[in-house]
Design a protein around this ligand. Structure first.
Ligand SMILES: *Cc1c(COP(=O)(O)O)cnc(C)c1O
Length: 431
């Protein structure tokens, strides 16, 4: 499989090069030259296949021979080493729980797959040591730190805004040690982000280190997210109803992977992009006018994105045909008060506890189903409610149980370096 840049169709790249670079030299996102169409036999065998086989068949065409089958299978086994259940919530609504991984958010899958792929290419010896440099507002950092921990040839440097991530998130970033370094930045997430961007353009740093990014524009983080939809479909196929998925969206990587799965032949009828008040895409589908805005802080903070980077990939999937896109994608936006009320109502009615991101997904689904009662709807529960303890406990007025996997982390010693300027970051990367 070759990949082109969405800024320049004549540019082409191997999978390896695209994963190592993250983004094309012209700053375009990489996109596959062909969408893999899965054969009938794949769907016939689905119920008898395990999650590793399903994932392998789904992604193999995108990796080609660049990672040998045996190694790709090993990477997938590590990536999917936990469960992806669809839990019935009520009536024709289920929750696809994507939070059973080590850092309790869906980003574990992409981070682990990317660590495995990059680790393989380094071991093969074509590329030297790599520094993964990443800014986080919370979940990305933990998943990346955990996924890349102990991978030979990779050093991970994570920037996070001091005092602006939850206590659990900070522990996940700062207590691992080994090849992971956490830089605690005096400033906001946007400051972390702009320091990272500047470092990528800095020749002095580039002479000293091979930098790559681990955000969702990287193919190796984006593509494996299609697994969720195949694994959910296996559990939903016997419903005998049309299927709709509601995806709480920020940078639109997750939903775009779902829509890619659909183009590959997975029978999902419709998608809903559920947004908080950062509603660029909701507005776009109403007006056909794409207008980025500065992001607004909300309680579903992983979706506080004013200019979602992966949306161009969705447009490309539909050949930029607005009306075709609208037939397959709806989008709604909800404020924090509605989100809190949804958490409370669903808990009161069913005992099911949603995190603020899942709750936005639930709201979008509920709205769609009102006009389309013949569908079975699934919302993606993208993080465990315990990651947003204050909000969730404040709403349901009860303690949320802390999963076993997290016990222990709270007692570990935080280790971070404090920085307050780009010069500090540069000094660290050159030292
Ligand atoms: C990152 C994240 C999202 C948004 O996913 P995108 O792929 O960026 O749209 C939603 N929920 C949680 C909990 C996240 O961490």
């Amino acid at each position: 499989m070759k990949y082109f840049s969405l800024n320049d169709r004549t540019h082409n790249s191997s999978f390896e090069n695209a994963v190592v670079r993250g983004i094309a030299p012209d700053k375009g996102l990489y996109f596959p030259e062909e969408i893999v169409k899965l054969p009938q036999s794949f769907f016939k065998e689905l119920q008898n296949s395990d999650k590793f086989q399903i994932a392998f068949e789904a992604i193999k065409g995108y990796v080609g021979s660049e990672i040998p089958d045996a190694d790709l299978k090993k990477i997938i086994e590590t990536t999917l080493d936990f469960d992806f259940p669809v839990v019935p919530v009520k009536g024709n609504i289920g929750s696809l729980e994507l939070f059973h991984g080590p850092t309790l958010a869906f980003k574990d899958v992409g981070a682990r797959f990317m660590a495995g792929s990059l680790g393989y290419f380094i071991k093969k010896g074509n590329i030297g040591k790599v520094t993964v440099l990443v800014a986080t507002s919370g979940d990305t950092g933990g998943a990346v730190a955990n996924g890349f921990l102990g991978v030979d040839g990779i050093e991970v440097v994570i920037l996070y805004p001091k005092g602006k991530v939850s206590e659990i998130q900070e522990k996940q970033l700062t207590t691992l040690g080994q090849n992971i370094t956490a830089l605690e930045v005096e400033g906001a997430f946007d400051d972390c982000q702009s320091m990272v961007k500047r470092a990528f353009l800095d020749d002095e740093i580039k002479k000293k280190r091979q930098l790559t990014s681990a955000n969702s524009i990287n193919l190796a983080r984006w593509l494996p997210q299609m697994f969720y939809y195949f694994l959910a479909y296996k559990q939903l196929a016997n419903k005998g109803q049309k299927l709709v998925f509601s995806v709480p969206s920020g940078n639109f990587g997750n939903i775009c992977a779902g829509m890619l799965a659909r183009e590959m032949g997975l029978p999902i009828d419709h998608f809903i992009a559920s947004n908080n008040v950062n509603d660029v895409v909701t507005q776009y589908l109403e007006t056909e006018n794409y207008e980025p805005k500065p992001s607004i802080h909300t309680i579903s903070n992983a979706m506080d994105v004013g200019d979602p980077s992966n949306f161009v990939r969705i447009l490309e999937l539909f050949d930029n045909e607005f009306h075709t896109l609208k037939n397959h994608l709806s989008s709604y936006s909800f404020g924090d008060d509605e989100t809190r009320k949804a958490i409370k109502d669903v808990y009161t009615e069913t005992d099911y506890i949603m995190d603020p991101h899942g709750a936005v997904g639930y709201l979008g689904l509920q709205k769609f189903l009102k006009d389309h009662p013949d569908y079975y709807g699934t919302f993606l529960e993208t993080a465990h409610p315990v990651k947003f303890l204050e909000t969730v406990e404040g709403v349901i007025k009860e303690k949320v149980e802390i999963p076993e996997s997290l016990e222990g982390i709270m007692d570990k010693q935080k280790k971070s370096l404090q920085i307050s300027s780009y010069e500090d970051l540069k000094g660290y990367l050159l030292s």
